[in-house]
Design a protein. Structure first.
Length: 107
């Protein structure tokens, strides 16, 4: 398995890990074979990195990449929860969603 930038993807490559958008919605499932239109859609959705199947050794995310992903998730959740930011139940829900998405996208 290896991690590639979206502009390095080629048709025929197989996705090694689910591709999620910033809110955790599944865009492409593990095992899907990439094609040109799908690669273009990923670029349009600003998906920066994709794990693809490979015989090469896995390359972990850098600390900088993890921090960028974490900040993007935080900004998105802040926008989505801004109307209920002070409601204790919603605050707890936001924290749990944040923890889940960070873990899922940076593992």
């Amino acid at each position: 398995m290896k991690k590639l930038k979206t502009d390095q993807l080629q048709p025929g490559m197989a996705v090694a890990k689910d591709i999620l958008d910033i809110t955790g919605n599944l865009l492409v499932a593990e095992g899907v074979t990439l094609n040109g239109p799908l690669i273009s859609r990923l670029a349009q959705r600003e998906i920066d990195l994709v794990w693809v199947k490979s015989d090469e050794e896995e390359i972990p995310l850098t600390q900088e990449e993890k921090e960028k992903i974490t900040e993007e998730i935080k900004e998105d959740l802040d926008k989505r929860f801004h109307l209920v930011a002070e409601v204790p139940l919603m605050k707890g829900l936001k924290e749990r969603i944040f923890d889940y998405l960070v873990r899922k996208r940076t593992e």
